[in-house]
Design a protein around this ligand. Structure first.
Ligand code: SF4
Length: 317
């Protein structure tokens, strides 16, 4: 279990992340997943970590940040897999409330047809649900779901949840060239999203090394067309998030520990690490050693080099 950040997030301000799922338990194996292919496909919920251990670790991190004068806007469940697979999620959200910041969950929505999952998510202040496509074939191509999942139940579950949820609900749709970006697919997705009571409809493009090397973001003309179609159906609450999440990760004095923590969920660009090391007068030696030891892996994506913590090394921090 890992607590990382806070990471500056466009949607959540300063967000302290909780990784409540060991790598890589997920109900999907999305073609664009930055964590690689899912090797532990699962739809049964289970307890992975003790909720009190999560509270203790998060509380200690919060104390550290408060002492350093840092602000945390949200404590966010964003996992090395699907956070609602954790059967203790609801209890953990309640425990996190005692620490002060608001709570958020970033979910792929695949289990939202379960009443217990809806109940758990309803405890969070902010919930993001993934809707990459609403037709069976495209959904299967993009998200490669567990064989027992039923798209119609998921779409129904999202609508039910949206109707009763009191917090801030947003949806996210990852756009992949040649997979879910054609006009017919987009219009169907937009029709569905227009019927959901959500605060924002986020459109994303892959900006980090994806699970499948052939995955590409739609070109700029397609993105403009998609944005226009979505806005026309849904209104001005559509936002396109089109690139890297910036290089303003928060780092403490222990830069290596921070790099290990952040790279367990977010790959970091080489130039960002380079600048941070230079600012602290540190050399690349330790990072190179971590690569040699297999703790960190390097990837090239869109002509940029990234570093990410190797799957299996995640969650040990
Ligand atoms: S992107 Fe999210 S939902 Fe998709 S496989 Fe990766 S962890 Fe699972």
């Amino acid at each position: 279990m890992e607590v990382f950040g806070p990471v500056p997030s466009r949607r959540l301000g300063q967000s302290l992340g909780i990784n409540n799922i060991p790598p890589k338990f997920c109900s999907y194996s999305c073609i664009y997943c930055q964590l690689g292919r899912t090797d532990k496909m699962k739809i049964e919920r289970a307890g992975f970590y003790r909720p009190m251990d999560i509270l203790k670790k998060t509380g200690a991190k919060m104390d550290e940040l408060v002492a350093a004068g840092e602000k945390v806007d949200y404590i966010t469940f964003v996992a090395d897999g699907e956070p609602t697979l954790d059967e203790n999620l609801g209890l953990e959200i309640e425990l996190m409330r005692s620490l002060g910041p608001k709570t958020a969950v970033i979910s792929n929505a695949s289990l939202i047809w379960m009443d217990r999952v809806k109940e758990d998510l309803s405890k969070a202040d902010w919930v993001s649900l993934k809707v990459d496509a609403v037709d069976e074939d495209t959904w299967r191509s993009a998200d490669r779901p567990h064989g027992q999942l039923d798209l119609s139940k998921i779409l129904e579950g999202i609508k039910d949840f949206a109707a009763g949820y009191k917090g801030t609900l947003v949806t996210e749709t990852m756009l992949v060239k040649g997979v879910n970006d054609n006009q017919e697919t987009i219009l169907r997705t937009a029709d569905y999203l227009a019927g959901i009571k959500s605060s924002m409809t986020y459109l994303l493009v892959p900006s980090r090394p994806p699970s499948e090397g052939w995955v590409e973001r739609p070109d700029m003309d397609s993105l403009k067309r998609i944005y226009a179609a979505m806005t026309q159906k849904i209104g001005p609450t559509v936002e396109l998030i089109g690139g890297d999440e910036g290089d303003s990760f928060f780092f403490t004095d222990d830069i290596v520990k921070d790099i290990l923590s952040i790279t367990s969920v977010h790959p970091i660009r080489e130039d960002v690490i380079d600048r941070l090391l230079a600012e602290r007068g540190c050399s690349w030696d330790t990072i190179k050693r971590l690569v040699q030891q297999g703790v960190l892996q390097q990837f090239d994506y869109e002509n940029k080099r990234f570093y990410v913590r190797k799957v299996g090394e995640r969650g040990k921090g």
